[in-house]
Design a protein around this ligand. Sequence first.
Ligand SMILES: Cc1cc2nc3c(=O)[nH]c(=O)nc-3n(C[C@H](O)[C@H](O)[C@H](O)COP(=O)(O)O)c2cc1C
Length: 243
Amino acid sequence: MRKILSVLLVSLLIFSFASCGSEKNISQGSGEENTEISNILIVYFSRWGNTDYPDDVDATTSASIVPDGDGRYGTTEYIANMIADEVGGDLHLIETVMPYTADFDELRDVNHGEMERNYLPGLKESNLDIAGYEVVFVGYPVWATDVPQAVLSFLNEYDLSGKTVIPFCTHDGYGAGHSYQTVADASRAAVSLDGIAIEAKDVPGAQDTVSDWLADIGISGSQEQDVARNKSIFSADDFHVRI
Ligand SMILES: Cc1cc2nc3c(=O)[nH]c(=O)nc-3n(C[C@H](O)[C@H](O)[C@H](O)COP(=O)(O)O)c2cc1C
């Protein structure tokens, strides 16, 4: 009975989602031209951009820095950029007011402490206007088999209810852990997909994996596919549905 109810709820949400007149690539797939207005947000947290690294930090020995050409990127940031390259959308780095330590062991302890206290670190002021987005990718490095607390700060501060939330994460071999469920719960999204988890060592070569995943969930580089239309490829159990 619960399963039937879930399927009905998913159908209802998909229908209302598809019929609410989206601005771009999540409109019902009718072959209409898409407008240039982006309604996809790719928000992410990475150590890079949130850490007091010394100026001479050696990117080649740091698991959390991906060197590419003249640039350096966070591991999760690198995937965020791949998603943006494929589907467009706006990028937003979650930045804490207080940077985190560069020392891994210290950071592990800090994170455990924050998790135990359910502490939500303060975020830097930003002029992000979340209201205009229908699809929000949420990216993060897996910390202690879950999301970093800064991601919870973001989900607490910004209202994602009624939106489609798609998590993506990087990790060092242990996968996404509890993080998808945490994102679904904390975001209060209308629909929250189980996302993609990419091991840090695979990140530089992950473009095809990311492309295939985006195609699977119905958001392609052509921006003509449609999340709602392609949701039928998932079973109700693939979604965390909120009412
Ligand atoms: C405090 C902390 C906790 C971590 N916990 C996990 C974990 O539970 N499982 C895992 O596979 N990797 C874990 N990692 C590794 C990171 O998820 C991985 O290196 C990630 O790709 C870093 O992404 P970033 O460069 O965007 O910060 C942890 C890293 C840190 C710093």
